[in-house]
Design a protein around this ligand. Structure first.
Ligand code: HPA
Length: 237
């Protein structure tokens, strides 16, 4: 047990999928995993371990925002020995060519600050995804016929943004979408020598007044879980 995770040592797999929403962790575990067992419910942050095509995997909520994700990712990596972490979540599109329901595979995550920023002082560290996971996710998305984009994203500290100028600059510099967790995940993975990737579904559009209807969110989310699982276990059959 750690401060925020009630699981026993060995309860958590080396591969962890991390949706922001704990109820989505429950839904994904019940939908995709064989024999899912709840391994954490501290503060309602649900985590489940089961198998996918014979491979052991945990699906554990991260909460919203980098401070929350940082707590869970730190404990998963340092105390439970997690080696691969794949964020699965939603994002807002920042480019015209990106549409609602599209999948974004995040190669890099730019950010104004993360819980790790203090370490770097004036240095601008470039958080980037693990290449093998990224390549496997691209292969999976291609194989499924998904509409997908690979590139940089923007990890913001705020959902209700009072700095539209920053959003405009990120759009001008090619960021595909905005979310609130990936940059810290990539930094922690770099620090501890483990693998990380973020696979995101576009739920709303910052340049157009569009959003994914609530009844469609579950199905779009499912495609992303499938891509993440195939990325983690590319040789599974
Ligand atoms: N901003 C930040 N995070 C998000 C958004 C957004 O517009 N949409 C989904 N996650």
């Amino acid at each position: 047990m750690t401060v925020h995770i009630g699981a026993n040592p060995g309860d958590i797999a080396e591969t962890v999928l991390m949706p922001g929403d704990p109820l989505r962790a429950e839904w994904a575990a019940q939908t995709f995993l064989d024999d899912p067992v709840c391994v954490n419910r501290v503060r309602g942050m649900l985590g489940f371990t089961g198998t996918w095509k014979g491979n052991r995997v945990t699906i554990h909520g991260s909460g919203m925002g980098m401070p929350s994700l940082s707590i869970y990712a730190n404990e998963l990596i340092r105390d439970y020995g997690t080696k691969s972490l794949i964020r699965i979540g939603s994002c807002g599109a920042m480019q015209d060519a990106v549409n609602i329901r599209d999948v974004i595979i995040a190669m890099t995550a730019s950010t104004l600050s993360t819980p790790s920023s203090g370490i770097f002082r004036e240095l601008n560290f470039a958080p980037c995804a693990n290449y093998d996971l990224l390549q496997s996710a691209v292969d999976a998305a291609k194989g499924m016929g998904a509409q997908y984009h690979v590139g940089g994203i923007y990890s913001s500290d705020v959902f209700y943004d009072e700095r539209p100028d920053l959003t405009r600059e990120m759009t001008r510099h090619g960021a595909l979408g905005v979310e609130m967790e990936a940059a810290e995940l990539y930094i922690l993975a770099a620090r501890y020598g483990v693998r990380a990737l973020a696979v995101l579904t576009v739920s709303d559009h910052l340049l157009r007044d569009e959003a994914l209807p609530s009844d469609e969110r579950e199905r779009s989310f499912g495609d992303m879980v499938e891509i993440a699982l195939q990325a983690a276990f590319p040789d599974a059959s």
